[in-house]
Ligand binder design. Structure first.
Ligand SMILES: [Zn+2]
Length: 306
């Protein structure tokens, strides 16, 4: 047998190194987020060690999603599912996971992460009555619009990424520390900018701004929906309008994914601005990441309250 020349050995080693690098790139953790805010957070913490997509876009109602074939395929490949929980996805996620046949992301497994279980919850019903509409038994699930909740979820998510991918545990921990420092500074800025909003009264389309309003000390006078999940009716809007004559609101809020008509109807008659809140990452050009989402949200609220 002929001995390999040093040059050939070097070439083989290089090829092998290339192969390893390619394998490492392919081995990025596959993450499926249910909503864009958790996709963005996973990306902040996971960097190039994760490949993450979202089941929904910022222009979709996260309560209602159709399990299309492409989404089922992404679910099948996922090592980790990052969702809100608290029944937000109750209408579509259990079926999606079942259809995917991927048991690594079943509820109770490390691959199943629910953001809502790491934050203090609002609107937990004292008793359950389905006649009250699409009531969330575990409390209001729209938790991400309080940035303190994003920080809590980020810490828990970094731990989960390290658990699922222990080889990169130190990497996730370092990314988390860096994110947490930048996020903390941004929160102090937002809280300063948002100080004049304290006590400002609003009407919201659906109770999906509850955590935002609670964080900023704003007041919700009512919702365009008569009951959660039920589209606004003329009778309910007329009642709301006469209520606003007694107790005026400064603005009507809706998320970018929600239909404009009801909030425009009320805004015109009550002579107050109708404000579109991006609600989540990617709703518009100004809301490309989590930091920009809150920059935009605070700027719009402050602009309308002036
Ligand atoms: Zn909801």
């Amino acid at each position: 047998m002929q001995a390999l020349s040093p040059k050939k050995i070097a070439a083989a080693a290089l090829a092998l190194a290339g192969l390893c690098a390619a394998t490492a790139a392919q081995a990025a953790l596959n993450v499926l987020a249910c909503e864009p805010e958790w996709q963005a957070l996973t990306q902040e913490l996971g960097g190039d060690k994760v490949s993450v997509s979202s089941a929904t876009t910022a222009l979709q109602d996260p309560h209602r999603v159709e399990a299309r074939p492409g989404l089922i395929a992404r679910t099948r490949r996922a090592d980790l599912l990052v969702c809100t929980g608290l029944d937000l996805e109750a209408g579509w996620l259990p079926l999606l996971v079942q259809q995917s046949g991927n048991d690594r992301i079943e509820r109770g497994r490390p691959g199943y992460f629910e953001a809502g279980s790491f934050v203090p919850r609002l609107d937990v019903p004292a008793r359950l009555d389905r006649a009250e509409g699409d009531v969330h038994a575990y409390g209001n699930p729209h938790v991400h619009l309080n940035p303190h909740n994003v920080a809590l979820v980020g810490a828990a998510l970094a731990r989960r990424l390290a658990e699922i991918d222990p080889a990169n545990a130190a990497f996730y921990q370092a990314r988390q520390a860096d994110f947490s420092a930048r996020w903390g500074a941004a929160m102090r800025k937002w809280e300063q900018q948002g100080a004049p909003l304290r006590g400002v009264a609003v009407v919201e389309h659906h109770k999906n701004m509850a955590y935002l309003l609670n964080w900023l000390g704003m007041k919700s006078l009512g919702t365009l929906e008569a009951k959660p999940g039920v589209e606004p009716s003329g009778a309910h809007l007329a009642g709301l309008l006469s209520q606003l004559k007694q107790q005026p609101a400064k603005m009507v809020l809706r998320a970018a994914y929600q239909d404009a008509r009801a909030s425009q109807w009320l805004a015109e008659r009550a002579r107050i601005p109708a404000v579109v809140i991006p609600y989540t990452v990617g709703a518009d050009e100004q809301s490309r990441d989590l930091f920009a989402l809150f920059d935009t949200t605070i700027a719009r609220l402050a602009g309308a309250a002036r």
